[in-house]
Write a protein that binds this ligand. Structure first.
Ligand code: BGC
Length: 705
């Protein structure tokens, strides 16, 4: 179907059919048959399996023009096979496996009739109180961009349209409260929040979703400058923009539109092509056009984009999926889910205890998440199969033999304060040589509208931890959670801490692989705060005029007139995070030496080669995530203290060394100046290649004018 064919089709459509294309509804069973027959829906959400095929058949065979439906579903981190939550996938720092996971998800979803997923979420998430941080790739624009592109490619290569969401700024909700207003300066938008969307658009993402949030006074769904201006006109995005769930009519509650007609008009003017869930387009656009309040060319433009995506997906030829479409490969998907879950786990502490080793003749697996197949899947798993979810307890029994592995829940679920199971758990711990304690957050504690003001272990889990630790039996703590938790009171009670996020269907075997000897290689995609009072805390912040000093007194001795000790810090808390972005231990020790630059000077448009000698100086083979950061020391506007520019996963045997090289092009040094022009400014830069955002050897280079 060519662009010309699309124009022909549009010329044959009635206004009602056009507005139908611009409408997405959620059927309850088969209650939308009439609407689909009449051409009153361009898309349905949340129909799968037989219902999906049935509705598609109605649209294609029984509507006047036979236009196929977009059948949308939130396939966020897997379909039947559930991969780690996106925040966990991000910790693997491995775009290729993220792409493959998306491809498997698309095959499984595609076989159930789905041709559109509302993923990836590209929101920059710097606030762990926000429940949707679980769905994000964390705090760093470069990591989000790389993984977002990989996910888009994975879905779309299998014939499922991806959706970059939520455009834009949604992750910056005030106080980490979902749906709250955001107040982002233009440069923050341009340098931090928009780049992942730009990367997805350049990678050919077919659809974009407008966000719920109020952005500096304008709801994102009515933001003409950003949707029609930046996304469509400036970047040249030619796909379709869908609203979020009722985000068109929510502009009334925002106080931006007085009624549904005004909301529909604002959204169409802004460039939102399809309305999700609410029906203000269908109800009001015709009369707005009739009264000269809306340009009907905007409706045609929206319909053109919707039809274009249907054509791009091949739905006009193959509405039920292309015959050559790859079928789901469940064993391969499960294998990938295991490897991705394994490499998403971040080892935060290991004084002793890991790997478990052969001496552990009796292991107690304790805690509300030790054997909770549904909870370990995390948020957004409509189609995830609990019955195929394998837990830590089950996997460890299988690995070590049932007689060596015993289990007690301790608490019924993570939020429970009922201590009835405590004594049995403590007794079990006492009779074992090591405890694997699985604590954290139930799946329902993160995700949309699931924000938290406290980031400690919920319920009585701290009590359980302390009671088990008091037995003196070594504790290996496995934390499953949808966000970073505040771990200050937790860390002292465990000999080892493995952060597993919500690891998905194969979480159990993946964690057991690590407990039994494979080295963890996950790295934090987000900074871990020491306390809620530090939030927002992220590594790529500005230096300020009074950066904190390592030797600063805890109580400043000066006065505003003599400001000794007056720094950007807290009286009652360290200014540094508990664990920095990029951090993660392994079972070996890596050494970084001999940082070399191909030149100390870099010409505009040129490429610098930076390399470091990485050695595995420990006793086990392991994978390191080598990270390249820069700092632009002086700019026409102030620049962050560090910015991630590249990373590589490198596996080394004990005693092995390898020179790890990166190519840094000057394009990677661009930012928006005072006039919001994208520039690359001459001057000095610091460059680090290291294991995280806080350490590593550094060098200096100069970008020439
Ligand atoms: C969420 C979107 C999601 C949509 C459809 C909304 O509430 O914000 O991310 O894709 O629902 O389920």
């Amino acid at each position: 179907m060519t662009e010309h064919d699309i124009e022909q089709l549009i010329s044959r459509m009635t206004l009602a059919e056009k507005l139908g294309q611009m409408t997405q509804v959620q059927p309850q069973g088969r209650d939308q048959e009439e609407r689909v027959r009449n051409g009153g829906a361009g898309s349905l959400i949340n129909v799968v399996g037989d219902d999906a095929y049935h509705y598609q058949w109605l649209a294609v065979e029984h509507s006047r023009l036979g236009i196929p439906l977009l059948l949308g579903r939130d396939v966020i981190h897997g379909f039947q096979t559930v991969f780690p939550i996106p925040l966990g996938q991000a910790a693997a720092f491995d775009p290729e496996r993220v792409r493959l996971a998306a491809a498997h998800s698309a095959r499984e979803a595609g076989a159930a009739g789905v041709n559109w997923t509302f993923s990836p979420m590209l929101d920059v998430a710097r606030d762990p109180r926000w429940g949707r941080i679980a769905e994000s790739f964390g705090e760093d624009p470069l990591l989000i961009s790389r993984l977002g592109v990989a996910m888009v490619q994975g879905y779309q290569q299998e014939g499922v349209a991806a959706c970059a969401k939520h455009f834009v700024g949604y992750g910056a909700a005030e106080g980490g409260r979902d749906y709250s207003a955001t107040d982002l300066a233009p440069r923050a938008l341009l340098d931090t929040y928009l780049p992942p969307f730009r990367a997805a658009q350049q990678a050919g993402v077919m659809t974009v979703m407008s966000a719920f949030n109020d952005l500096d006074g304008v709801p994102a769904t009515g933001h003409e400058d950003l949707i029609r201006g930046t996304l469509k006109e400036q970047w040249g995005f030619d796909g379709l923009v869908v609203s979020d769930w009722c985000s068109v009519t929510e502009m009334i509650a925002h106080g931006f539109c007085e009624d549904a007609a005004a909301a529909a008009r604002a959204a169409v003017n802004a460039g939102v092509d399809m309305e999700m869930a609410s029906t203000s387009y269908q109800d009001h656009l015709a009369s707005l056009i009739e009264h000269g309040l809306l340009d009907k060319a905007l409706v045609d433009d929206a319909v053109r984009r919707i039809l274009r995506i249907k054509a791009r997906l091949g739905l006009f030829q193959h509405p039920y999926g292309a015959p050559e479409r790859a079928q789901p490969q469940r064993p391969a998907a499960a294998q990938l889910a295991r490897s991705l879950a394994r490499d998403s786990c971040v080892l935060l502490k290991n004084e002793q205890g890991l790997p478990l080793g052969e001496h552990a003749r009796r292991v107690a697996v304790i805690g509300p998440l030790a054997d909770a197949p549904g909870e370990q899947l995390g948020c957004w798993v409509f189609d995830g199969e609990r019955q195929h979810s394998q837990t830590v307890f089950a996997a460890l029994r299988e690995r070590l033999g049932a007689q060596r592995v015993v289990h007690a829940r301790g608490l019924e679920h993570c939020r429970s304060h009922d201590l009835d199971g405590l004594d049995a758990a403590v007794a079990l711990a006492r009779s074992s040589e090591v405890v694997v304690l699985c604590l954290g957050e139930d799946a329902g504690l993160s995700g949309e509208a699931h924000c938290r003001a406290h980031l400690d272990l919920p319920g009585a889990q701290q009590t359980l931890l302390e009671a088990v630790a008091a037995t003196g039996v070594p504790v290996v703590l496995v934390i499953m959670a949808g966000r970073p938790l505040v771990l200050g009171t937790v860390l002292p009670h465990a000999q080892a801490v493995l952060y597993a996020w919500h690891p998905g269907s194969l979480g159990g075997p993946a964690i057991v692989d690590l407990l039994c000897g494979e080295s963890p290689s996950g790295r934090l995609p987000v900074s871990f705060p020491r306390s809620v009072g530090q939030i927002p805390i992220f590594y790529n912040h500005k230096n300020t005029g009074r950066p904190p000093q390592a030797d600063a007194p805890s109580i400043p001795s000066g006065t505003p007139l003599d400001p000794s000790g007056f720094f950007a810090a807290y009286l009652d808390e360290d200014h540094r995070p508990q664990f920095p972005f990029g951090f993660g231990l392994s079972y070996t020790r890596f050494e970084y030496r001999d940082l070399q630059l191909s030149s100390k000077q870099l010409a505009p448009g040129g490429t610098l080669c930076a390399s470091v000698l990485l050695s595995n100086v420990g006793h086990r083979s392991a994978t390191e995530v080598v990270q390249l950061y820069v700092r632009d020391l002086v700019g026409s506007v102030t620049r962050p203290v560090r910015e991630l520019k590249d990373f590589q996963r490198i596996s080394l045997q004990p005693g092995e060394s390898r020179r790890v090289s990166f190519e840094l092009h000057t394009d990677a040094l661009r930012f928006h100046d005072r006039h919001l022009r994208q520039v690359c400014e001459s001057g000095q830069f610091d460059l680090w290649i290291g294991p995280d955002s806080a350490t590593g050897p550094s060098a200096v280079f100069e970008l020439m004018a």
